[in-house]
Design a protein around this ligand. Structure first.
Ligand code: DAH
Length: 359
């Protein structure tokens, strides 16, 4: 019995001092496990005389219960302590300045934003988006668009040519998005109603020209599309894009090999105080080229000009982005200067939407 008392004190002292749940578990196994000290005593009861067994048995079982309870109590205390420690280490100082997560700190480039705005407006007018490659054949970029070989209009495009391939032909970086018109007409039967946004390349660089820039082409082909439709579409577009109720437009005769007649479009603006405003004033600003698709282009793309007709336009995206958001120098668009992007860029969740406003 004296042994039992020492054993009890020893186990209870260890239990009370156990620093964590793993240590506590080791104490439990040493006392109550299969080969534990208390289990060992219980196993010895069988060899005792019945009288002895009665008193010893009761004492050992009482010790077993007491140790079980002490272990459970200590376990509860340790759990509580562990939780407290965790809460302490995970504490938050809500008075610290907000750390911007990468996605909120990033900015959408104005060209991407304006491309989205343009696509949204034309999507609402029933246009699909068509795309083509940046590296084009001479045939699609020029010949099928009714630029005869050696025609001076080719020179106006300051083309970047690649070295001739095995077939002797030179590929080029497309100088405009108009070859996507060709690809679209070759791939799909009218009615066609598409816009073609993308990058274009010309060997030119100054405050308003960059060797790579962006255009959006528009193409409508069916049996009866005419200039009245073109005019209405462009007016709707400009009103929505520049977010003005009324906007006067002016169509001036021009020349493009792939349209006949060809026109350039100016929109009304005021330049008072060095600031450009749309929908007011007496000044005019050129924003795009357009016209009725030339019968030769229709023929080159497998369409019968006696049956089909249509119109097209080409719009400089960078230019109208500069006008709308007041950015003075085109070259800054492509400098990847983080300060410029922070100033002129858009937040990732400023997604343009017609009902809530484009900008
Ligand atoms: N492709 C022309 C350019 O880059 C722009 C253009 C003018 C496109 C008239 C058209 C159009 O589709 O009809 O200068």
């Amino acid at each position: 019995m004296a042994d039992l008392k020492t054993l009890r004190e020893e186990i209870l002292a260890k239990t009370a001092a156990a620093p964590d749940e793993a240590a506590l578990e080791a104490i439990r196994v040493a006392a109550l496990g299969k080969k534990g000290s208390i289990s060992h005593l219980l196993a010895g009861l069988g060899k005792m005389a019945p009288e002895e067994r009665k008193t010893h048995g009761a004492a050992i079982n009482a010790l077993k219960d007491e140790v079980t309870e002490a272990l459970a109590a200590r376990r509860a205390v340790l759990k509580e302590l562990a939780l407290e420690r965790r809460l302490e280490s995970e504490s938050q100082d809500v008075t610290l300045p907000v750390a911007l997560h990468g996605i909120e700190a990033g900015r959408i480039h104005p060209v991407s934003q304006v491309m989205d705005e343009i696509s949204l407006i034309f999507a609402a007018l029933g246009f699909a988006v068509a795309e083509g490659p940046d590296i084009e054949s001479d045939d699609y970029n020029f010949t099928k668009l009714n630029f005869p070989p050696d025609h001076p209009a080719r020179d106006m495009h300051d083309t970047f040519f690649f070295n001739p391939g095995l077939d002797g032909r030179r590929k080029l970086l497309r100088t405009h998005t108009s070859p996507v018109q060709v690809r679209t007409m070759l791939a799909q039967k009218p009615p066609v109603r598409v816009i073609c946004p993308g990058r274009v390349y010309r060997c030119d660089s100054d405050q308003t020209h960059s060797p790579m820039f962006h255009q959006v082409e528009g193409l409508v082909i069916d049996r009866s599309a005419h200039l009245g439709h073109l005019r209405w579409i462009l007016e709707e577009f400009c009103r929505a894009f520049f977010e003005v109720r009324d906007l006067k437009m002016r169509f001036r005769p021009s020349f493009f090999p792939f349209t006949e007649p060809s026109m350039e479009v100016d929109i009304q603006c005021s330049r008072e105080g060095g600031e450009i405003r749309f929908g007011e004033g007496e000044d005019w600003l050129e924003i795009l080229g357009c016209g009725m698709v030339h019968p030769n282009v229709l023929k080159n793309c497998g369409l019968d000009p006696e049956i089909y007709q249509g119109f097209a336009w080409g719009l400089g995206v960078d230019r109208i982005a500069m006008l709308k958001y007041g950015m003075p120098d085109l070259r800054a668009f492509f400098d990847a200067d983080i300060r410029w992007l922070n100033h002129y860029g858009f937040r990732p969740l400023d997604i343009p939407w017609l009902t809530s406003g484009l900008s």
